[in-house]
Design a protein around this ligand. Sequence first.
Ligand SMILES: [Zn+2]
Length: 343
Amino acid sequence: MTSPRYEFDTVPSPGETQTIAPGLEWLRMPLPLALNHINLWLLEDGDRWIIVDTGMFTDDAKSVWQDVFDSVFAGRPIGHVIVTHLHPDHAGCAGWLTEQAGCDLWMTREEYLLCRLLVADTGREAPEEGLHFYRAAGFSEEALDAYQRIFGFFGRYISELPEAYHRIAEDDVLSIGGRDWRVIIGRGHSPEHACLYNESDNLLISGDQLLPTISSNVGVYPTEPDANPLNVWMSTLKNLKQQTDPDVLVLPAHGKPFRGAHDRLDTLIQEHEQGLEKLLKHCSEPRRAVDVFPALFKREVGADSMIIATGEALAHLHYLVDLGEIEKRDDDSGVSWFTTVRS
Ligand SMILES: [Zn+2]
């Protein structure tokens, strides 16, 4: 399996830009997380600029944007802000930016609607459905308390989205600065993630759908407790391979621009398949979602990553349940046990 081939020797410092191609700038935005940056893209469109993804809504991000307005945009207008998907590092500053610039927000419908829904949870108490969901997964009382404390965190890093938006959808072609960008939809990491593909210069703005080193989170959460997101995620990886050129320059949200998309997609598919194999062995005895972490993760899961790890574990378990390879049973106390079906 070949590694991603990086296109540039240098990386812009947080808040700086670097030119990818004429009229296409790479902006690195700092993030207050272990994953300490996100890549955003600035597209020149005649006398105006189009922004793709926005950063988490923090004071740092706002000050970076102020600098970009002064140094890069230099008084020229913003046409619109495109957001690939709803996560706070992508959608965080979108509402604030569109208000500052007096422009529209462009997003897919499922991302826009779910984003507004999740933001509305901020300030509310964790619902009984959420507690039931994590109890079923095997959470201790301590872990349930932690869930209740962080419930609603989503909206803390997102500025209020505009009340109206411009919908983008699969196969739409966005004409920007003489380049046609076709929308390719990815599912599984988020409901309707937009990637933008330009065939003439062989460029793919991939968001979180295709990253050079990280495997994007694919998880099940309490709002849709029976979901099987891994199924649509795997289909998306295969679809991306069909829809893009093998030598496409991938512009990912995290890490560095790279070539070798098809190899990377194959690796991601293989990694999930290996995880599923390990899970089938691990569940030869009944297991709860929290018991299967060693089969899926190399590192020990700490208290701060329980929610993400459980979501990811359930995504893999539900995939196998839907295939009929694992059976799910709930005991009298409401805890779900997963056991491999003997053939
Ligand atoms: Zn994401």
